[in-house]
Structure formats: structure tokens, C-alpha cells
Write a new protein. Structure first.
Length: 215
């Protein structure tokens, strides 16, 4: 089949999730930048790839997908390389649970409220909205508490092997911990903090670092 193409932006949490999965599977692909924050939004042709104008989108021959979780699962199952989903029903359900939890309850408070307000906006010369940060912190804490509880004593989030759950959560944690409040909340969880240190050192993570994380 033809070379896969990933459409997205390097600053995007969800694009990074897809990039991490591709990297962990050892898949060579073409990356096509799409800036959803450009004046006027993404280019018109991209709407055929993603009707909601979000990122990422993915193409592989006749296969066309959008939504990072769907792309991640396809890449894991369609390409050779280490399996990123458990072989048992409960293990796969746990991975899905963590992915769903991070999407539904983690992304907005950890990234859009804490990181954007505390780190991103000030770097662009805008004042942080302290009220929004204060309001988001209980949800940030609840998300990390739940993630730590699901991890338990495991080396990874859904057991002792790397799965899509780890690759889905890591980009959100990467942004959140750049805020002092996020770093402090993460530090409350010893095993989750140890997991993050291992994740941060993985070649796939260093190769896809957000610009905000520095060199």
C-alpha cells in the first residue's frame, strides 16, 4: 500500500498521540502540517479529510480516518511491530477506559485550562486567567488521582507493558506539568511520576517534543 500520511500540527496533543503510535510501531509516514488556528481556520481541502476541521486526520491507501483514538487503533492493528493493545478483553477494556477518561475529563482541565492559561497565554503576552486556573485545578487533581488509581503498581498505565493508554495520556501530561500547579499535582503520585519519567525518556517522546518543552 502507499505510504501513510498524517495531517496535523506539532503543537497538537492529539496529533502527537498519533505520531507516538506511529513511532512506537516503527511506521514510516509522511507528515503534512495543518494549522487549525490559522486565520480562517484550516484550508478548505482539509474539510474533506475531517468534516469538523480538527486534527489529526490520516490516510493509508483507501483508508481515511480522523480522531486520534481511531487512528491509533488502526495503526496498531494494521502494521507490524510491538502490540500496543493487550491480548485479553479486560486489558483492552482498561486501555479504552483510560483513553476515554483522558479525552472526557483530562484534556480540557489539564491542557486547555491549566497549561494554556498558566503557560501558553503568558508566553504570547496575554495575562493568565487566574479564575479559570483555580476552577480547573480540582478537575486536574481528580483526573490524576483517577489515573494513578487505575495504574496502581503497574509500570505502565494499563499493566506492565506500553499500550495506547500510555501514548494517549503522555502528551496531556507533558503540557500540564509545564505549569507549576500541574507539576505539583503529578508529584503527589509517586508511581505516576515514575511512569512519566520513563515515558519522557522514550525515543518516541523525545522525537515528538512540543516546542513548549524546549530542546
Amino acid at each position: 500500500m502507499t505510504e501513510p500520511v498524517l495531517y496535523g500540527a506539532e503543537y497538537s496533543v492529539y496529533t502527537r498521540i498519533a505520531r507516538l503510535v506511529l513511532a512506537e510501531k516503527g511506521v514510516t509516514y509522511r507528515f503534512e502540517a495543518v494549522d487549525v488556528f490559522a486565520p480562517g481556520g484550516p484550508p478548505g481541502w482539509y474539510r474533506a479529510r475531517h468534516p469538523f476541521g480538527r486534527i489529526p486526520a490520516f490516510a493509508h491507501g483507501d483508508v481515511a480516518l480522523y480522531e486520534a483514538a481511531a487512528i491509533a487503533r488502526y495503526v496498531d492493528e494494521a502494521f507490524t511491530g510491538p502490540a500496543l493493545q493487550p491480548s485479553d478483553a479486560f486489558g483492552r477494556a482498561r486501555v479504552t477506559q483510560i483513553v476515554s477518561m483522558m479525552n472526557a475529563y483530562g484534556f480540557r482541565p489539564l491542557v486547555m485550562e491549566l497549561y494554556v492559561q498558566r503557560v501558553s497565554n503568558p508566553r504570547r503576552g496575554q495575562a493568565a486567567d487566574e479564575a479559570r486556573i483555580t476552577a480547573a485545578l480540582p478537575d486536574c487533581a481528580r483526573c490524576l488521582d483517577a489515573l494513578g488509581a487505575l495504574q496502581g503498581d503497574g509500570a505502565c498505565l494499563a499493566g506492565d507493558r506500553l499500550t495506547l493508554a500510555d501514548l494517549h495520556a503522555a502528551p496531556m501530561i507533558a503540557y500540564a506539568r509545564l505549569a507549576p500547579e500541574g507539576a505539583e499535582l503529578l508529584a503527589r503520585h509517586a508511581n505516576l511520576s515514575a511512569w512519566w519519567q520513563r515515558m519522557e525518556a522514550r525515543p518516541s517522546m523525545t522525537a515528538t517534543r512540543f516546542a513548549a518543552e524546549g530542546a
